[in-house]
Structure formats: C-alpha cells, structure tokens
Design a protein around this ligand. Structure first.
Ligand code: MOS
Length: 749
C-alpha cells in the first residue's frame, strides 16, 4: 500500500510475472496452442559465398507429411524495407529467398513445411542444393581496405600533435572477438493468417518495430500485421530487429493455409540472427608526467556483412568519458562473408570501453599511479564531446569510485605484480569505469480502473525479462494505492497502445511517465464521476461553489483535506454510476529542450578480483563489486538482477566467449553450447552491487535511468587489469586464455 514514506517505487517487489514463469504458465513464441499447426524447418547454406546452381526437392517433397518446400525459385516476392520516413529497422534487410546468392554460411536456402517437426526435419536433410562456390572471407586481414572516408570520424583539438609531444604515451591494439548472444529461448515465430491479416507470435524485443518491418517486407498494410510477444526468454539485443525466419514463417503459413511454427535451431543462432562483431581497436593515449591526459586517439576496424551495413559505434564513449582537449576517433567497416552483426548488450560502449579502460590501466602503470587516481585526475566535469560542453543531467561517478573502493578494500591493493597472495593463489585487483547513455523515447499507456476494485495497465511494449511488467504495476499501485496483486499489466501486443522497443536500456525511463500520467488521468475520471454522484459526499455545498478538491489514496476517493477513511473506495463510485470501468490513455515524450541542454548518462565503477593458481594453471574471478549511479531505482530487486546478470556476461566476455569461423566455408566452428563457452555458476563468485541513488529529474518525474546494459560495461577491462596485476601478463585479445598466462609465466620465470 502506498503511504508517504513507504513508497512502492523503490521497493524490492518480486516480479509480478514470476509465478507464471516458474509454473510454465507464461507462453513463449511457440507455446501458443493453435489448431492444425504445421512446422517449418530450414535448409541453410553450408558454404559462405556462392551461387545456388540448383535445388532438388524431389526426394524431400515425397517424404511423409511434407506440405511445401519454399525457396528462391518458387516463392512469392518479398520486399526490402524502404527506410527513410518508414519507421522500423530490420536485422537483415535482404528478404529471404531474394535470389540465388549466398553471402554467408547458414543463410536460409529453403524452408520445409510438414505436419510434424520431425517430418520437416527429416525432409530438410533430403533437399539437395548444388552450389557454385566462391572463396569465403572471414578474416579482416583478408579484406582490402575500403575506399573513401571512415564510417565514423570525430575530432576535437589536435590529437596527433598532442600525442607527438606528450611525455608519457601508450599505443596498443586490442581485439575483442566475435561474440554471439544465445538467449535461453531461441528465436522463434508462430505465424497464422486470418484472411489477409497475419498474426505473428514472436520472441521480439520490439513488437511495434517488428509489425512495421513485416508490413513493409510482406507488402501488406500495417494494420494487417499483429505481433505478439508477451514473454521473451531474453534477447540481449539479438531480438531487437526482425530476422528472416519471421518472414519465412509468414510465407510458409500462407502457402500451406495453416499456422506454422518455426524455431531457429541453436546452430543457426550463430549465423542468421546477429552477433557482436569482432573489433580491432588501436588506442593511443598521451599524458603529462602527473597523469593529465593530453591526447586520446581511438581507431576501430570492424567487420560487417555483405548484405547490411552494421556499425558497432565504439568511439562515442572515448569522446565523453574523460576530460581531454585533444581527441580523435575513427571507425572503418570491412564487409565479409558473415551474417549481419547486431546490437549485443551494451553495443559500441562495451567494446569501446575495453581498449580505453585497458589503456588507462597501462598508462597508470607507466606513470606509477594508482589506476583509480588516474581516473580521478581526468574526471570529466562536463560532457566535452559537445561544443560547447554540456552539463551532465546528473553524475555521481566520484561517489561510485569512493563507495566501491571502500567496500572492496581497494586501498589494501599493493601495486607490484604478483604481490598479493592467498594460500596457493595469487590475487589481482582491477577497476574500470562503466557508463551507458540514458535515453528516453515516447510511449502511450492506457490505464483502466475497474468496478471490481482492480486496475489494468496496457501498452504494446514488451517485458524481455527485465521487469517491465513489475515496473508498470508498481507505478499504478503508487498512484492509486491499489495493491500490486490487484493490478493486471498487459504488454507485448501491437493491438495495444504504441510502446517502445526494449533496447538501449530505455524502457523504464520511457514508459514510467506515460504510466504515471495515464493513471492520473483515470483517477481524474473517477473523481469527476464522484463529484456527480446523486448521493455524493463530495458535491458542491451550494450552487456556484467549487467542488472540494478530491484525491485517491489507498484506493479510496476522498477530500484532499480529509483522511482517506472519510471517503469511499473507488469501486463504489463506479458501482453507483453503474460503470464497469473508467480509463485514460496518455502519450508522453521527452522534452526536446532538456534533451539538448544536458548530457544524460549513467555511470559506475566496477571492481574485480581474480585468483590465479599457478600450480594448477587455474584462473577464476574471486570477487566482483559494481557500484552504479543510474538515477532512481524503481525496483532494487529487478535492478540488482540486471546488474549482476550483466556482470556474469562480462565475466564470460573476459574469459570465455569467442565465435570462431572456419576460413574454408565461413562456418562458425563452435556453433553449439558445448564449444561456445559461456560463464556458468562454477565460474561466478559472490557478486555484489550497490546503487548510489540520485534521481535524474531532467529525464523523467521519477528520475529513473536504464540499467539493462551498464553492468557489463567495464567488466572485461577490469578482469584483464586484475589478471595483469596477478600474473604480469597483459591480455589485449579477449578472451583471456590459460595458455597466455602459462606462456607468460614461463617467459617471466
Ligand atoms: Mo540492447 S543491445 O539495446 O537489447
């Protein structure tokens, strides 16, 4: 119950959808029960660069249960998204089966539709594809340098000159390999046609975007596409934009006049639904003897696919994180035979921070300075990436460093390599800065107050596992005093009021104001009704008097200057008016004036301890503490879950994750969970997270910023820093391998 001083905003409410998830009641993309369902299984290219010379479906089409085999030779035409004024973004702009070209291994060549999944899978193995094969390119060293200017260019001051004359310098190149997001729920679509309308059950981070892209690529009006994604088994960015399988499912369902279910097999999760592209990043830092940055130069090379131009914008963070007069950054793209990359948790900033934060550590060592001290010496009081500089909307990074250092025991760190021991293990400690931009978009939310005492809030936006259902319920409860368990939240359906894509850690900041305003609107309608009740205790005392100001507290309508008990429950107002419900809808958007006045970012400090046991060549992360300044935290339970989950992912990035391509056919060699290593429970120590809470009221009325991505930001550089501290081996190519550490030890022994 919301009473002053006991706000439900900021309370650690358990996920409102939690019991549905753990009891199996939550329906994911292929869980929706539909009559007469057929199943689609893909035939995917086994080469990376080719022309399809022939597809022979004769044997496969005679197999039991096979209903259709669709490929470029027999499909209805699809369309490319127009871009420009048309809203929406596709993961891959090339429609499936557009022509006979193969641009990457795993590209869909055909889809087999059958009565059962097993029949479709069996028949798919019997489709014979002849390729005219060309050499594949999957190594950036084999791509000729592109002509023309770099994709990204940023400059302030004269970084090259300042670097030349700087007394202390770092010039190192860092490599982050291709990483592939593999949410537990694989990408999947259930497609069903109802006349001219297609209904798609998706695993999507953006149903509204998905709807628009499907409309464009299928060539049907947007109101003839409905996309539903009530539950998502996580996405991490991979499910932001529609991928070809969704179009294939729609095509197949149309062809066989039955609903079709299609699940992207785990091996194709590595090729056809995006990944974080490899980045090769040269970082040059110049500083005074005292450790003041004089120059930063950041040069990034990144592969993209041959069908799309995807930019992993790594340099943005370089331009704003530290105070420095001379900064220059470039990023160049190299197209090659891979599927199109896509955002993966913390796109651009996470990979961009790795060379910047690692470079800062290498610089600190050269300067004989504590790495935390070096960061404080170059603290950015304003966002210097803008000219003129912009004030931060709210920044409490200094406090993050201080709180974290104290809690973690940073002052106990002795800087000499290998100088900290615990039993057989050598300990290493690292620190990194984390940041993520604080975005906010527009949203429309509808809130209904029902005569049975319940409330319902709805919006097309989806909960990707982060807690959006819970945040909606908390805000409605806060405003009305209706208990959480009497509030129904309905999300993930394009037939509901327009809502944002769950991307860029922006949903909470975006929807909170709309939920708040729509709730206030619904309360106003109940109040207006209360004032006209025949037996109203709230009527004007005499004609011409203003009616008393009313408010709603703990679910009761009452005079503002009298206690809630003096009024009546809102449901009684509705009952007396013979109304089943009253509702209101609000659309909110950021104020463009504020947006351009302030630079809004979240910040944090990440502390990592590793333990290296040279006797058995074992490296593990032994402690991790993250301190985050992300404005007001609406729900510390789901918030903490976001940060800790991201730290787990960061440990995976630092120590395990790498997608490897076979140069012969462009196949991701480790396209399965046995060979693509992610962090598991045994790799994760006790993790801790602290929020320093300063509401960012320039962003929205609650002061909440997003927290989905920032927890990953500094982990990899803090781990490699800690590894250096423990072992003396500086790893500049992720992931950290035991081989590197063993070889390094032998060299220094
Ligand atoms: Mo995030 S990579 O915007 O899902």
């Amino acid at each position: 119950m919301s009473t002053p001083g006991n706000s439900i905003i900021g309370a650690p409410i358990t996920r409102v959808d939690g019991s549905l998830k753990v009891t199996g009641g939550a329906r994911y993309a292929v869980d929706h029960p539909l009559d007469n369902v057929a199943f689609g299984v893909p035939v995917a290219s086994t080469v990376g660069n080719a022309r399809i010379a022939n597809i022979d479906t004769s044997a496969a089409s005679r197999m039991p249960g096979v209903l259709a085999i669709i490929h470029h030779g027999n499909t209805d035409p699809l369309f490319r998204p127009a871009g420009g004024l048309m809203p929406g973004r596709a993961g891959e702009v090339r429609p499936p089966f557009e022509d006979d070209k193969v641009y990457y291994y795993g590209q869909y060549v055909a889809i087999v539709v059958a009565n059962t999944f097993e029949q479709a899978q069996d028949a798919a193995t019997k489709v014979k594809v002849d390729y005219e094969i060309h050499p594949s390119v999957v190594d950036i060293a084999d791509v000729p340098p592109p002509q023309g200017p770099p994709r990204i260019h940023y400059a302030r001051g004269n970084a090259a000159q300042a670097f030349e004359s700087a007394p202390v310098k770092i010039d190192e190149t860092y490599i982050i390999p291709t990483e592939t997001h593999n949410p537990m729920e694989m990408h999947a679509t259930t497609a069903r046609w109802d006349g001219d309308k297609v209904i798609l059950y998706e695993s999507s981070q953006g149903v509204v975007n998905h709807q628009h892209i499907m409309s464009e690529m299928l060539g049907i009006p947007v109101d003839q596409v409905q996309v539903l994604s009530p539950f998502i088994g996580s996405g991490f960015g991979g499910k932001l934009f529609p991928w070809p399988h969704s179009l294939m499912a729609a095509l197949a369902a149309k062809r066989v006049h039955r609903p079709v279910k299609f699940v992207v097999p785990r091996n194709l999760m590595f090729t056809t639904v995006g990944h974080r592209p490899l980045t090769q990043q040269r970082m040059r830092l110049g500083a005074t003897q005292e450790g003041k940055l004089l120059s930063i130069q950041h040069d990034v090379v990144q592969p993209t696919s041959l069908v799309d131009t995807y930019v992993e914008g790594c340099t943005g963070v370089t331009t704003m994180l530290y105070s420095c007069d001379n900064v220059e950054a470039h990023q160049t793209l190299l197209p090659m035979n891979i599927g199109t990359p896509t955002p993966m948790r913390g796109p651009g900033i996470v990979p961009g921070l790795y060379p910047l934060e690692s470079g800062m550590d290498e610089l600190a060592i050269k300067l004989n300075l504590d790495p935390l001290e070096l960061r404080l010496k170059n603290y950015a009081e304003q966002d210097e990436s803008f000219n003129p500089n912009r004030p931060w909307s709210s920044k409490h990074l200094r406090e993050c460093y201080q709180v974290g250092a104290e809690k973690f025991g940073w002052s106990k760190r002795t800087p000499r390599v290998g100088s900290m021991r615990s039993g057989d293990e050598i300990l290493g400690m690292g620190i990194a800065t984390a940041t993520w931009h604080a975005g906010r978009g527009s949203a429309t939310v509808r809130v209904r107050l029902n005569a049975d005492g319940t409330a319902r809030a709805s919006c097309a936006t989806q909960d990707i596992g982060t807690g959006t259902y819970t945040v909606f319920a908390q805000i409605v409860s806060e405003k009305t005093g209706i208990p959480i368990d009497k509030i129904e939240v309905v999300l993930g359906d394009t037939s509901l009021p327009d809502g944002p894509t769950s991307g860029g850690s922006t949903v909470t900041a975006t929807v909170s104001p709309a939920v708040s305003q729509a709730t206030a609107g619904a309360i106003d309608r109940v109040i207006a009704a209360a004032q006209t009740l025949p037996s109203s205790p709230f009527k004007r005392v005499s004609a011409g008097d203003a009616p008393p100001a009313l408010k709603m507290t703990a679910g009761r309508i009452h005079a503002a200057d009298a206690p809630p008990e003096s009024g009546m429950p809102f449901q009684e107002v509705l009952a007396q008016k013979r109304l089943a419900a009253l509702e209101a809808e609000s659309r909110t958007a950021p104020d463009p004036a504020t947006t351009h006045q302030y630079s809004a970012h979240s910040f944090g400090a990440q502390f990592i301890e590793v333990a290296w046991d040279p006797g058995i060549a074992r490296l593990r992360v032994s402690r991790a503490l993250t301190v985050i300044d992300a404005g007001r935290i609406i729900n510390p339970r789901t918030g903490r879950n976001q940060i800790l989950g991201a730290v787990v992912m960061g440990i995976g990035m630092a120590m395990f994750e790498e997608t490897l391509y076979d140069p012969r056919n462009a196949k991701p060699l480790n396209n399965n969970f046995a060979d693509y290593i992610v962090a598991t429970n045994a790799d994760i120590p006790d993790l801790d997270c602290i929020f320093v809470e300063y509401p960012d009221l320039h962003l929205n009325e609650f002061g909440a910023r997003g927290i989905g991505e920032i927890g990953l930001a500094g982990v990899a550089s803090a781990v490699t820093m800690a590894v250096y501290h423990a072992t003396g081996v500086r790893v500049r190519k992720l992931p950290v391998r035991i081989e590197d550490l063993v070889a390094g030890q032998q060299l220094t022994a």
